[in-house]
Design a protein around this ligand. Structure first.
Ligand code: ADE
Length: 250
């Protein structure tokens, strides 16, 4: 997979060199290209923003640097054999970023991120590229960040860990909160490791029982309990057929 990020704060993306994403990069599973939007400004002050038409507070990012930057990124990617680009526009007015969308994006070969500062990017930029390639306007939550860079880090990490071979143990996706299957729409319950007693706190007996059926039942009960407490909206959204008799006894 190829990732491009165009930003006025390239150093904000330095964490993409670390940990899971950094390792995927080093192994060649992920190509990451971070670009400085100001490389596509031609005035003395490297201006990327201007006052909004119609008035109001704040500044709006200008069309020309974004247009030139995206044309250049697209040309470079195609030249290097990439195909199937999609534009990811982080914005609080986007569709919610979910595990389902992460899975979908992880199946695309090439993502181009346009994190904005100020009041956002002149609308014509999204409208222009939407005529050429798929565009996803994405929000990572119902709050407003100072810019889209943190959202790019979030989306990139959620997507990269789904790429084949990136997580050491492919099974580790299986029980993720929000993963499809038996735990669909449920939050993951608590986890434990050695030592067996810590500050007088013991491991739940069932986890030491070696009884796989009972352990699976316990994990599902804990997931149901936690989801009911923290995210009752997720329970509401579950297909009633997804609950078995024991679930209903809880
Ligand atoms: N930019 C500012 N706030 C954002 C959010 N919640 N999600 C994505 N991008 C953003």
């Amino acid at each position: 997979m190829r990732l491009d990020v165009v930003t006025i704060f390239p150093e904000y993306l330095d964490p993409l060199n670390v940990s899971l994403v950094g390792k995927a990069r080093a192994r060649g599973q992920l190509g990451v290209h971070v670009h400085d939007l100001r490389d596509w400004t031609y005035d003395r002050h490297n201006t990327v923003d201007d006052t909004p038409y119609g008035g109001g507070p704040g500044m709006v990012m200008k069309t020309e640097p974004w247009g030139d930057a995206l044309d250049s990124v697209l040309a470079d990617g195609y030249e290097h054999g990439s195909h199937g680009p999609a534009l990811i526009v982080p914005t609080p007015s986007g569709r919610p970023f979910t595990q389902e969308l992460a899975v979908h994006l992880s199946e695309r070969p090439w993502l181009i991120f346009t994190p904005a500062r100020y009041e956002g990017i002149d609308r014509r930029v999204v409208d222009e590229y939407a005529t050429r390639i798929p565009v996803y306007e994405v929000s990572i939550g119902d709050y407003v960040l100072a810019g889209g860079e943190a959202a790019v880090l979030v989306i990139t990490e959620a997507v990269a860990r789904l790429l084949p071979g990136v997580l050491g143990n492919a099974e580790s996706h299986r029980d993720d909160s929000f993963a499809p299957g038996a735990m669909a729409n449920l939050l993951e319950g608590p986890v434990h490791t050695k030592p067996p007693v810590w500050r007088g706190r013991e491991i739940p007996d069932v986890l030491l029982s070696g009884h796989h059926g009972k352990i699976a039942r316990w994990r599902r009960d804990e997931a149901l309990r936690r989801t009911t407490a923290h995210r009752p909206d997720l329970i509401e959204r579950c297909d009633p057929k997804a609950f078995d008799k024991k679930d209903r006894e809880m």
